[in-house]
Design a protein around this ligand. Sequence first.
Ligand code: UDP
Length: 480
Amino acid sequence: MALITVPLQSADMSRLEPIIGAERMRVVQKTAVKISKTLSGRSLINVNSTAKGGGVAEMLYWMLGYVRGAGVDVNWYVIGGNPEFFVLTKRLHNMLHGKSAPDSDSGGEFTDHDSAVYRDVTQQNAAELRALVSPGDIVILHDPQTAGLAPEMKDAGAVVVWRCHVGTEQESEIRTTAWDFVRPYLENVDAFIFSRKELAPGWVDVKRLLIVPPSIDPFSTKNRAMSDETAQAILEHAGIIQGAAGNGLTEFTLGDGSSGRVNRMADIVRTGPAPGPDARFAVQVSRWDRLKDMQGVMEAFANLIDGERDSHLVLAGPVVTGVADDPEGGEVLTECIEAWRELPHFERSRIQLVCIPMTDIDENAAIVNALQTHATLVIQKSLEEGFGLTVTEAMWKAKPVVASAVGGIQDQIVHGESGLLVRDPYDHHEFAAAVQAVLDDGKFAEKLGKSARQRVTERFLGDRHLLQYAELVAGLELIG
Ligand code: UDP
């Protein structure tokens, strides 16, 4: 077990100007100069629990590049942990979303042993981190896996911010138990960040609370404009569609402007030939996590979406060994495969389960980009969601999105305008009706997609995020 340093590249945010316009650019650049002066001599240290897979890693990667490009000394460390620790923190994650393990008949109470596992791993990481933190540095700890580090970092003289990307609005005993587990570690943090106000528990001091919704980078490998030909070539190479037109080149552009090529194929569960390039294509891209309800998407699609017309469903996630802090992936994928096997043959033939290779993170991002670019519509039928970057990514690509009205998804989609919200994430009929409405009406789908892109441009790009970070820094009492 060891702390990992994630290498960061430096990016120049002025490349955002053609998208955000000169005025927004001027404001963010002016703020960047100010913030780098304020932070001079201090390091901005981010700590989370995985370098790849999931929204936090996705966002840190490009955002810290811009922060470094603005002249701030910024670093990213990923904690180490043993399997017992990650099983425990996954349980904590689920409970903060109000869910217990499916086979658990207890309310999820934590034992002394659980506390000891959490403390031991935390202490080992803290010991390594202490050598990298100087008094006055700002340490941003992400999510429950790293919450235990807060007292240690305060002790090291750092200004400590805890940023929570998860949670649910619904109060429950399970949620309270989970909050009671992490709360003692967080008593003295200097600030809290949540993605939306309703996700913060009542005991968080509002004077120390900042609401910062996540954002995407239009220039990342995942969000760069990709031509239809390239998207099709990549999906054909990966094995997801067949008969793509064009020259078959799977070359894509990376976040730094260099070129890469998709070489690997995806692991696919499917029966019969892959659909052609003109088939209507609904996609959900998610980690294999019960809260993303891949199985629910599959069952609703199979049972309720008109099979006579050429409509296909792709459920795509990372290969299950690919996300270090998510030990349930294999189990959830297996459950999905078993449920898929139970479907009638015709339904199975129009639904594929896809595991995207994670060996090369840019290759993975290019395949996700190709899926989102090629999709007729994008689905995010989460049962709970902190924010839901997959929604933002699809909206940016001007795709119509059908998503559950949970967590931060509600802040992204204006129902009927920039996508369709499904009020009850457990209601398959409501969900299927929304999907069918988009599949059946190309003009409506186009209109939703167009205003979705507009909404992301206005609210969910990096300049807004960086300005909020500047606001945070300005509000912190910096020591020394
Ligand atoms: N993602 C990915 N490859 C995959 C599956 C997911 O890159 O095989 C990305 C997805 O594009 C998004 C992030 O992982 O950027 C998931 O973030 P989100 O906020 O939607 O959910 P989280 O996983 O953080 O709960």
